[in-house]
Design a protein around this ligand. Sequence first.
Ligand code: NDP
Length: 478
Amino acid sequence: MKIQNFIGTFVDPNNDQWIDNIDPATGNVISQIPSSQAEDVNLAVEKALFAFSSWRSKSMLERADVLDAIANKIEERLEEFAMAESLDTGKPLSLARTVDIPRAIANFRFFAGAVRHDETGCHMMAQAINYTCRKPIGVVGLITPWNLPLYLLSWKTAPALVMGNTIVAKPSEMTPTTATMLAQVIDEVSHVQDIFHVVHGYGAEAGAAIVEHPQVKAISFTGGTATGRQVAATASSHFKKLSLELGGKNSSIVFADCDFEKTVSGVARAAFLNQGQVCLCGSRILVERSIYVRFINALIEEVSSLTVGDPRNPSTKLGSLISLQHREKVERYINIARGAGGKILCGGDRPSIGQGFEQGAWLSPTLIADLDVNSIPSVEEIFGPVAVVHPFDDEEEAVRIANGVEYGLSGSVWTQDITRAHSVAQRLETGMVWVNTWLCRDLRVPFGGVKASGVGREGGRYSLEFFSDTQNICIHLG
Ligand code: NDP
């Protein structure tokens, strides 16, 4: 099967070059996608620019209705979307069915509701009145990673469209399918042609061409910090609006007074959801020394009970990693940990999943102890099913270890002492902190990181502000 670009309609890439799309659970080629270049991006931008005047002239409420229609269509095809996501990523079908696709639907409904209830600013003066309007920016570029393909693309698409922009999107070349299905859905329900285009291909080619294109006025990028740095360098020289959601190395801080059972399962979920391939994953587990041994033993038991297997099997908790190359990268960190005196508490090996899955990118969930807190596996983002554990003696030390990384995306604090919870949470140098929970998401709250984890915030009004330009109008009252 060939998955084409969606540039007003399904089209082949100009150069007729194709990339294999592999199911990472089996190693089978499931489709081919365009290896697009600048000329494909140019065509998409040209069409998006042409559509901009019609789309921006729709009222906000009409655009909100289109978002609802998109959500309804995805919901009708939920099973098909979930299967496509599971095949592209190797993640459990049950996860795609209950998290990825429902969340994408929720994103469209949320932003439809958000603008229906939105208010604009008005500032009165003795002699004049100011009112502030939000205007669409124009053509915006959305570049997204492979770990949560539709979830993250819809998180950008919904606010961008509802604010009146038109879009050129590039999903990761490893997870192209649901973006293409989304393009088809938007085309079906939007009543205005050419508002959303998908150009497939490699980041360094198709992605870079979007970032460089002078008519693309804003870039919303989610991906690794090294790529984000390159994107920022190019986009800022063109004075584009830029939102960067980048990597993380997040700590789960466990105090002796935590609710023990809930914390064990919460910390395990934070480390290994989606095979540890979530930017927010708590892959550094810091445990107060007085409960360290007991906690780690319980954690090993919990992690060892996570079933790794066929993504389509309902009992599967962890699927395969995204690719063999990514597994190699993750395994390199495990080997570095071994070399640095780290003790593998569980995992560290490739599980045997059975017939048909021999060529898949499988890796057991892995816990590593006895490393220095500044060692490479403890401070670099591994982005796989590998977590390190460290003991600490007091709050000061916990905060110091947690802040001792270049990233600043998120963290979690597990304690029943409310004063300590506030105090530790506020001292963490991160954009987000959870207390006695993890990945509990309200779509209105600011989402994003500090330090090397990014620039800007997504979510609720933050996304609506990013995807618009504000204009103040001052009228003299005469
Ligand atoms: P990458 O940075 O490798 O890629 C992200 C996207 O950027 C892909 O579509 C990629 O294309 C594209 N890209 C690559 N090079 C360029 C370039 N020069 N110009 C424009 N686009 C380019 O990240 P991964 O896909 O490997 O995703 C994992 C990373 O994403 C992790 O670091 C993770 O922490 C981060 N992430 C952050 C989140 C957050 O909200 N903070 C959420 C989820 C993930 P291609 O891959 O096709 O080459």
